[in-house]
Write a protein that binds this ligand. Structure first.
Ligand code: ATR
Length: 290
């Protein structure tokens, strides 16, 4: 760890709760490895104190912040500026200090893209099934459209929510990339190809680890890859079903790594090579199992 002295810069995490966060593992290891005099600490911010927290952080010359549940949208009014992608997504997970205040970014989606690249999963030109239509799925749908997916079928229990996302993104893109469907509409999708499926619902997350949003083997037989955004557990039932039916399966723990890596790059203006990111990832895995 960095030896703290008079020149040490501080970054931190705002959230409630923050007690189980892996972000200190990511950033303190990156700081040590890149020789940055920087330390990273969790800040548990009570409901109603978010504005005080952001102002206080600025007053204390804090270099950058991550923002987690439940403040990713609520923090936006307290920023001096917001990056376009974060604005479109409506959620900020990274604050970068500027002269006037903090500028907000979303590194979750770029983090997912970098994790998928690492895992050899392509988006460009792909026909993709996206499971879920909550806040996370909406952001993923934007990421896929921005990165030239050929077509994205959003399957959701509540079809109206999927339709709303489809309408919004198709209008923004000026073409019909997103198609909204019911959960069991996978039965009607063209069967002449295999799909990448991205699992963006909360189903299967600890402690309900025995659930998957679709249980039918026939669905998983349609996939070449199943990408779950959940990382607790590291092997979800969705991943298990994916593998059992002969496709590649990935979890969301590398997305967590890379959202941190990209935030660190924004704070320090240094780029983190893949080998270093992998060293940090090994430490995250060890911390998870500790
Ligand atoms: P987040 O912000 O993490 O995306 P969210 O907005 O609550 O969370 O979205 C949760 C997603 O999981 C939604 O797509 C939700 O489906 P509905 O839109 O129909 O509510 C999906 N989800 C949660 N529990 C589910 C369940 N038991 N079966 C099917 N889908 C479920």
């Amino acid at each position: 760890m960095v030896e703290i002295n008079g020149r040490t810069r501080t970054c931190g995490l705002i959230g409630n709760p923050v007690e189980h966060t892996m972000s200190p593992v990511i950033h303190n290891n990156l700081a040590t490895a890149t020789g940055e005099n920087l330390t990273y600490v969790p800040f548990h911010v009570e409901n109603g104190r978010l504005g005080d927290a952001v102002k206080g952080a600025f007053g204390l010359n804090i270099l950058g912040m991550n923002v987690t549940v439940p403040y990713k949208s609520d923090v936006i009014p307290f920023l001096s500026d917001i990056d376009l992608l974060a604005k479109r997504i409506g959620a900020v997970n990274t604050l970068v200090r500027t002269e006037d205040g903090y500028k907000g970014y979303n590194t979750d989606m770029p983090g997912l893209l970098r994790a998928m690249k690492h895992d050899g999963v392509e988006v460009e030109g792909e026909t993709i099934i996206l499971l879920g239509a909550g806040g996370v799925a909406r952001a993923v749908a934007m990421l896929l459209a921005d990165n030239n997916a050929e077509k994205v079928y959003i399957l959701n229990r509540t079809t109206d929510k999927a339709q709303k996302i489809a309408d919004e993104i198709n209008e923004y893109m000026g073409k019909e990339i997103i198609v909204a469907k019911k959960l069991d509409d996978y039965k009607t999708l063209p069967a002449d190809k295999k799909y990448l499926a991205i699992q963006a619902t909360s189903v299967g997350m600890y402690p309900k680890v025995d659930e998957a949003v679709i249980e039918d083997d026939d669905f998983y037989k349609m996939l070449h890859t199943g990408y779950d955004l959940i990382f607790n557990p590291l092997e979800t039932k969705f991943m298990h079903l994916t593998k059992n039916n002969g496709a590649n399966a990935f979890h969301g723990y590398r997305m967590l790594l890379y959202q941190g890596v990209i935030a660190y790059e924004l704070w320090t203006n240094k780029s983190v090579p893949d080998e270093l990111a992998e060293e940090v990832y090994a430490k995250m895995l060890a911390a998870m199992n500790a």
